[in-house]
Design a protein around this ligand. Sequence first.
Ligand SMILES: Nc1ncnc2c1ncn2[C@@H]1O[C@H](COP(=O)(O)OP(=O)(O)OP(=O)(O)O)[C@@H](O)[C@H]1O
Length: 323
Amino acid sequence: MTTVREPEPVHQADPPDDDLVLDVRDLRMRYGTTDVLHGVSFTARRGEVLALLGPNGAGKTTTIEILEGFRLRSAGAVRVLGADPGRAGEIWRARVGVVLQSWRDHGKWRVRELLAHLGSFYAAYSTDRIRRPWEVDELLAAVGLTEQAGRRVRQLSGGQRRRLDVAVGIVGRPELLFLDEPTVGFDPAARREFHDLVHRLADLDDTTILLTTHDLDEAEKLADRILILAGGRIIADGSADQLARQVAGEAEVRWSIDGDRFVHATADATRFVRELFRQHGDAVDDLEVRRTSLEDTYMAMVYEQETGAAGGAAVRALEESGR
Ligand SMILES: Nc1ncnc2c1ncn2[C@@H]1O[C@H](COP(=O)(O)OP(=O)(O)OP(=O)(O)O)[C@@H](O)[C@H]1O
């Protein structure tokens, strides 16, 4: 008997997308019997800056460590620069920069020597597009450590040491940079310089950056997109403006009449203020229009997630917090 085989279905593989630097789908992590990540999904494209926010213990460091290849996931599909970080090799590692929460080695080394030494490991991974490593004097200037170049690492202040952590993380000119709470201990000037450096890396070098921070002002200033991790899932993914619109009116209007203070959240502040004056005219005093801050949005979203409140509760919480 002759059997006729059905033609094999043709699998049209998607062309590799060089711009897709992070592709995380349904990532799960369990420590012992405790599930920490219940299905985390997000992507990041070349040159994007993402801020990963969430309450203490939400799983931000766990997520980042999995993407860095330092921790094995329990389940889910993860591609980082086109590879599985759990199995990727040396060449992949040379393309990834990491700034951990604290880094305490090499106290006897001098700053310049340490950076030159660590940088030398990246020379073999230079490409036509990216010359590795970063030239040491240029790097010292970029992180604001030129004056400390000859100092021993253990003689640096906390903030200077954190700058050195950043320098160590970027000395190999990474295409993808992970920053875990990068500005803890920075004074305001150092913080601003660091923000300039992040913008420069993303805008000029097309570096993709994923950072965790508890500083919502910093997240708003730095990130193209904000991810909020709570309850083991990403509960929000978008620009600060987009998130604000999801939660409530975009603006908060405050005013007083005869000494009594009022507050109202609205999507159309102009129309609301026009109506306010039409009704109360010159009696309106102390008028203030404020856009919903990322902090308001964050608090409302995390509150809603934690309490399991139905839609609309976040809006009410936001209004309460404004009173
Ligand atoms: N090695 C481990 N073994 C068991 N549990 C762990 C381990 N590492 C982390 N956890 C737990 O997993 C949860 C997530 O921790 P993780 O450090 O990822 O949170 P985080 O969002 O980075 O927190 P923070 O904002 O406080 O830095 C926490 O409940 C933590 O106690």
